[in-house]
Design a protein around this ligand. Structure first.
Ligand SMILES: [Zn+2]
Length: 259
């Protein structure tokens, strides 16, 4: 089953949401998991996800922490949104990102907001979608300190081999997006070979990271087919096998196989 496990259909770059969803269905995409980056965005994603084949995750992204005043209030709002819809399947996307903050001025706030959402996921028994860029050490510390970890995935994996080993050991799944097709991504493709097939997820991160050969365009969930094909080629497997296995993995992680 072809599933785009990570797309941002609330993004302004997606001009016609209905058309984008139809295009995905026509390309054989059976499910789409809509990600959120803020409280407001979570409400919008959940509203769009109120239809067959669509699900949403709710959460505050590390690049959206400026608008968070009180963390407890933020958690209460998220919990309210989760309780208000059956389409919510996880907490995401959340995480740490020091790519845009090399001096780590936001470190404390990022860690506070990430940790609070991780704890919320544990409490609500929901899986997490983690965004981690240039924050391996901090992420390592948070995850090892937590008594109970939620289930979840590291989406659009951007870590080292050492970090990959750690997240696999912790039971996480690992997502790959369109950037795995980029000429410059030889290192990422090497990492891909080290992910067990039963932990692999595929995604577009639409509208970002459009894969080759459509790189530079507004990425859409229909392009997850290109990602599946590229990953299959890299691993010398049939595209159908990749679609089947990654689909199974996604259904299992998000408990959609028992619905
Ligand atoms: Zn994303």
């Amino acid at each position: 089953m072809l599933i785009d496990t990570h797309c941002h259909l609330t993004d302004a770059k997606i001009v016609d949401v209905k058309k984008t969803i139809n295009e995905a269905h026509n390309a054989g995409v059976e499910m789409m998991f809509l990600q959120s980056t803020s409280i407001e965005d979570s409400r919008r994603a959940v509203a769009i996800a109120e239809q067959e084949g669509l699900y949403a995750t709710v959460g505050v992204h590390p690049e959206d922490i400026d608008n968070v005043g009180n963390v407890e209030e933020m958690i209460a709002e998220l919990e309210k949104i989760v309780g208000g819809s059956k389409r919510v399947i996880g907490i995401g996307e959340i995480g740490l990102d020091f790519y845009w903050d090399k001096e780590k001025k936001t470190k404390e706030k990022q860690i506070q907001i990430f940790s609070a959402q991780m704890e919320l996921a544990v409490r609500l028994k929901l899986p997490v979608v983690i965004h981690m860029r240039e924050a391996e050490e901090e992420c390592f510390e948070i995850l090892t300190k937590m008594g109970t970890l939620p289930r979840g995935e590291f989406h659009c994996f951007a870590g080292s081999e050492k970090f990959l080993k750690f997240v696999l050991k912790m039971g996480f799944y690992v997502g790959f997006a369109g950037n795995v097709t980029f000429k410059s991504a030889a290192g990422l493709r090497e990492i891909l070979h080290k992910v067990p097939l039963n932990r692999l997820l595929i995604e577009t991160d639409s509208p970002y990271l459009a894969p080759e050969p459509v790189r530079g365009t507004v990425n859409i969930p229909a392009n997850v087919k290109i990602v599946a094909t590229a990953i299959a080629k890299e691993l010398a497997l049939d595209t159908q096998k990749i679609e089947e296995q990654t689909g199974k993995n996604a259904l299992c992680l998000y408990s959609l196989d028992i619905l």
